[in-house]
Design a protein around this ligand. Sequence first.
Ligand SMILES: NC(=O)C1=CN([C@@H]2O[C@H](COP(=O)(O)OP(=O)(O)OC[C@H]3O[C@@H](n4cnc5c(N)ncnc54)[C@H](OP(=O)(O)O)[C@@H]3O)[C@@H](O)[C@H]2O)C=CC1
Ligand SMILES: CC(=O)N[C@@H](CCC(=O)OP(=O)(O)O)C(=O)O
Length: 339
Amino acid sequence: MKTTIVGVSGYAGQVLAQLVARHPSLEVAAVQGHESAGETLGAAVPGMPKELARMVIEPLGSEFGDADVVLLALPHGASQALAPRLLDEGKVVVDLGADFRFGDEASYEAWYGSRHQAVELLGHRVYGLVEVHRKELPGARLIAVPGCYVTAASLALWPLVARSLIGNDLVVVDGYSGVSGAGKGLKPTSHFVSVNENLSAYGLLNHRHTGEMEMNLGRKVLFTPHLAPISRGILSTSYAVPEQMNSPMTGEQLLTMYREVYAGSAFVRISEHPPGTREVLGTNTIAIYPIYDPRTNRYVVISALDNLVKGAAGQAIQALNVAQGWPEELGLDQIGVWP
Ligand SMILES: NC(=O)C1=CN([C@@H]2O[C@H](COP(=O)(O)OP(=O)(O)OC[C@H]3O[C@@H](n4cnc5c(N)ncnc54)[C@H](OP(=O)(O)O)[C@@H]3O)[C@@H](O)[C@H]2O)C=CC1
Ligand SMILES: CC(=O)N[C@@H](CCC(=O)OP(=O)(O)O)C(=O)O
């Protein structure tokens, strides 16, 4: 399928370009950017392979021509202006941003503080958390890909939710992100001098990803994000209170149950040790380690993923694969850290 990547000069867009170029059923037909329009991809993103480097970046919203698929990797708010036109033109749209992650207008407005410009599409979008929504994806024409923090926490806790092993109490999530999670724009908070040898919390109490975690988990969430002095990776630690009616599962039982729930999910690795971000770097894998603490009566689940792959571009391709009826893993092996 001919594929146009919009936002190709961004961190997520760069990885998308790499994945599409090597995918056996996709072809990079065109690339679009904002300030980088008019440059070659090689000039905008040093280190691109030759066949991509010579492509000229078109201005955002140029003609999409005979593209079959359009992948949007734009700042929040920019996709909703483009998606209606693309769907009218018969394209399959995969959005890596937040514009279509909520299925209703009120939640979007509550967490993003602005009115949605394409409300009529919200009921048609399929949420691309593949491991949970696999059956809804075949034939999808508008896929909203969840982001890095939300994927890490949601897949970590999903088995406990699906098996009714946690009550309705508050769930607590501590997330740690590499600096590429903040995008390529220069900000004082992501300068080398601010980040190097430093670990800090931000977005306290009302980070916009809280609402999306609540949507996925059906429970109130207290989410605290942290910026970690690494380029890529998300580490998430989630805490939940067991359902009172059942005796809590032991660590061994949890491992067995998690393996059952994710039995058909090639990109989920149930780990027997707390995973670190390095072991999933450059892969579409999320590693998950669940335990139970009898002293505090809490389930604690650690998860790790690469924010630019399983947290963004890899998950987008995984969801597209399922939507098209292709093998879920197509084009997603041996990715590596690139560019
Ligand atoms: N980084 C991450 O870890 C993750 C990112 N995502 C999502 O993917 C999307 C892209 O993120 P990321 O790659 O980090 O972002 P970047 O800031 O790195 O890149 C943004 C891209 O959008 C273009 N762009 C910038 N400003 C505008 C604008 N005002 N209007 C239209 N286009 C613009 C840029 O073009 P140009 O360079 O030409 O100006 C660039 O191609 C976001 O929605 C983000 O939430 C999802 C999960 C993880
Ligand atoms: C480190 C950092 O700043 N991270 C971003 C989230 C990463 C991202 O792009 O998030 P979504 O695509 O999931 O919305 C933030 O906290 O806003």
